[in-house]
Every structure is written in structure tokens, then in C-alpha cells.
Design a protein around this ligand. Structure first.
Ligand code: HEC
Ligand code: HEC
Length: 255
């Protein structure tokens, strides 16, 4: 496995990724017993078995925790997960530990992985705690719920759903993710190291956000609990204006 250090945003993430890489290596080494392994020790080559490697970083069943850096993958919309796996494989997203996992996998296999994690219906951890000033949290909530007309910045809930749990088929929820991960993703879009299919609506939105806005939305979002129903809603539950203004077009979401 290649080193993951280059793309990591913080020393904490570096430490946890190194520990996780070790865990993956140990998992990989485990079945190699000297000589004749008894039949009951042989590991079946199933999708389930192969996906155990993902749990080293993404937690049991991909449910992560809300601490640290690793994003949850369990229960996210299948279309979104599939787009991300393609993105790591094809160079639209960069994280060495992820790329090495998926670089030799076919579209079809990545689709099966996405469907597997999307179908998991598992409880979420509680929100992150924050000592951020009330004004920063209020600014974050305002951007998420109302956007900023003066900057032609649409409200995040327009696309991510009124309850911020995502919209099917390919827009993820924004709750249950670590603050550091949210900051890093918005920063990556802003700096051009994360891309989605063109027109890349999130790149435009991230570029309209300043560092203070990114801190505000990320801190507020990571401190919100999931609603009673944490599932992504159908897009029709959150109608977008029609015809869509250019700033609301997202190439990663099928029309
Ligand atoms: C070495 C640690 C590591 C391993 C092993 C790993 N991942 Fe990841 N994965 C990450 C990190 C870190 C990110 C976020 C990277 C970034 O900053 O863009 C990520 C991101 C993702 C995302 C995008 C999540 C989102 O919300 O956008 C998906 C999907 C994903 N991983 C799936 C998998 C699958 C499936 C496996 C197993 C085949 C796997 N990962 C194995 C570390 C890992
Ligand atoms: C016009 C629709 C739209 C609006 C408005 C929008 N988003 Fe997004 N967002 C998307 C889509 C589509 C994706 C998935 C892109 C991809 O496939 O990589 C996404 C992905 C994201 C992700 C990545 C999540 C992950 O798990 O990696 C974050 C973070 C995010 N958006 C934050 C925001 C914030 C914060 C706002 C408001 C300031 C916002 N978005 C407004 C459409 C939108």
C-alpha cells in the first residue's frame, strides 16, 4: 500500500490513516499461514469478505464515527457512492489510500460496492460538540438554510434536502460527517483538487465561499443531530426552480 500522507489534512488524520493502513496490511497478511491451511480457515472470496478492508478506515459496516476524518459511507445514496468510487479511480478525487483500493476495479464491481453500502440502514453517532461562538454557528446555519442572495449562493438545503439528509439518486446528506472532513472537501473543491462531473455545481458553490464561510457551515453542520428519519429523500420532495439557473446545474446528478 502506498503512503497516504501526502493528501492528509491534519496530523490527527495522518495518525489514524497510518494506523488504518497497518490494520489493512494485517488483514491482508492474516490468511497466509505457513503451508497447508485447514479448509475451515480458508476465506471465501465474496464481496462481503473483500469489503472488510474498507472497514479499517470507514469503521464497522462503513458507519465511521463522527470524530476524526474518515467519512461514513453506510446509507449514502448509491448514485453518489458510485460517482465517488469512479472519481477516486479516475483521478477526479485524490487520496492515495482510496485510489489504491479501487484502481483495478471495473465499473460493474464499483457499482456493486456502492449498492452494498447504500443499502445499509444503521444508526448514526451523535453530533460533534463545539465551543464555537454563537455568531459563527448562526452564520453557518443561515448559509445552509437560506444561502446568500447577494452572492447568488443557493441554500445548501435546496439540493441536499430540507432535512440535509441528501436527495436521491446522487446528492449526499451533510449530517453525520466530521467537521475536518467537511472543511477539507469544500477546500478541495475550491482549490480544484476535487471534481465532480461538469457542470460541477459544488465547485462553483465552494468558490463562492470564503474560509470563514467554510468554517461556519462545517462547524454548524457537524454539530447537528440526524433527524428521526436519516434517509435521503426523493428529489421531487424538494423541488428546484425550473428551468434551473446555471448555478444549480450539477453534472453528477442525472436530469
Ligand atoms: C486507508 C484508509 C481507507 C481505506 C482502506 C478505504 N478508504 Fe474510502 N476513504 C478514505 C478517506 C480518508 C476518504 C476521504 C478522502 C478525501 O479526503 O477525499 C475516503 C472516501 C471514500 C468515499 C467517499 C465518501 C464521501 O462521502 O464522499 C467512498 C465511497 C469510499 N471511501 C469507499 C471506500 C471503499 C468501498 C473502501 C474499500 C474497498 C474504502 N473506501 C477503503 C480512506 C479509506
Ligand atoms: C445545486 C445543488 C447543490 C447545492 C446548492 C449545494 N450542493 Fe453540495 N453537493 C451537490 C452535489 C450534486 C454533490 C455531489 C457531488 C459529487 O458527486 O461529488 C454535493 C456534495 C457536497 C459535499 C460532499 C459530501 C461528502 O460526503 O463528501 C459537501 C461537503 C457539500 N456538497 C456541501 C455543500 C454546502 C455546505 C452547500 C451550501 C453552502 C452545498 N453543498 C450546496 C449539490 C449541491
Amino acid at each position: 500500500m502506498r503512503t497516504t500522507r501526502r493528501f492528509l489534512p491534519s496530523p490527527v488524520a495522518q495518525r489514524s490513516a497510518r494506523a488504518a493502513t497497518l490494520a489493512v496490511l494485517c488483514l491482508a497478511a492474516a490468511p497466509v499461514w505457513a503451508g497447508d491451511a485447514p479448509a475451515e480457515r480458508q476465506v471465501p472470496d465474496t464481496l462481503q469478505q473483500r469489503l472488510l478492508a474498507c472497514t479499517a478506515c470507514h469503521g464497522k459496516d462503513g458507519r465511521a464515527t463522527n470524530q476524526g476524518y474518515f467519512p461514513r459511507i453506510a446509507g449514502k445514496p448509491a448514485g453518489y457512492l458510485y460517482n465517488q468510487l469512479l472519481g477516486f479511480r479516475d483521478g477526479r478525487r485524490h487520496y492515495a489510500g482510496m485510489t489504491s483500493m479501487v484502481e483495478h476495479m471495473s465499473d460493474d464491481y464499483l457499482r456493486r460496492i456502492a449498492d452494498h453500502f447504500a443499502a445499509l440502514d444503521l444508526p448514526y453517532p451523535g453530533p460533534q460538540t463545539t465551543a464555537a461562538p454563537a455568531a459563527l454557528l448562526a452564520a453557518g446555519e443561515r448559509l445552509v438554510r437560506q444561502g446568500d442572495g447577494a452572492r447568488q449562493l443557493p441554500a445548501c438545503v435546496k439540493c441536499h434536502g430540507a432535512a440535509m439528509t441528501g436527495t436521491l439518486p446522487a446528492t449526499p446528506g451533510l449530517l453525520g460527517l466530521p467537521r475536518d472532513y467537511l472543511v477539507a472537501q469544500l477546500g478541495a473543491w475550491r482549490s480544484g483538487s476535487r471534481h465532480a462531473a461538469e457542470p460541477d455545481c459544488m465547485a462553483r458553490i465552494a468558490q463562492a465561499l470564503g474560509p470563514d464561510d467554510i468554517a461556519a457551515v462545517s462547524t454548524w453542520l457537524s454539530a447537528q443531530p440526524l433527524p428521526a428519519n436519516p434517509k435521503a429523500v426523493t428529489a421531487s420532495a424538494e423541488p428546484l426552480p425550473s428551468p434551473l439557473p446555471p448555478s444549480l446545474r450539477c453534472g453528477s446528478v442525472p436530469p
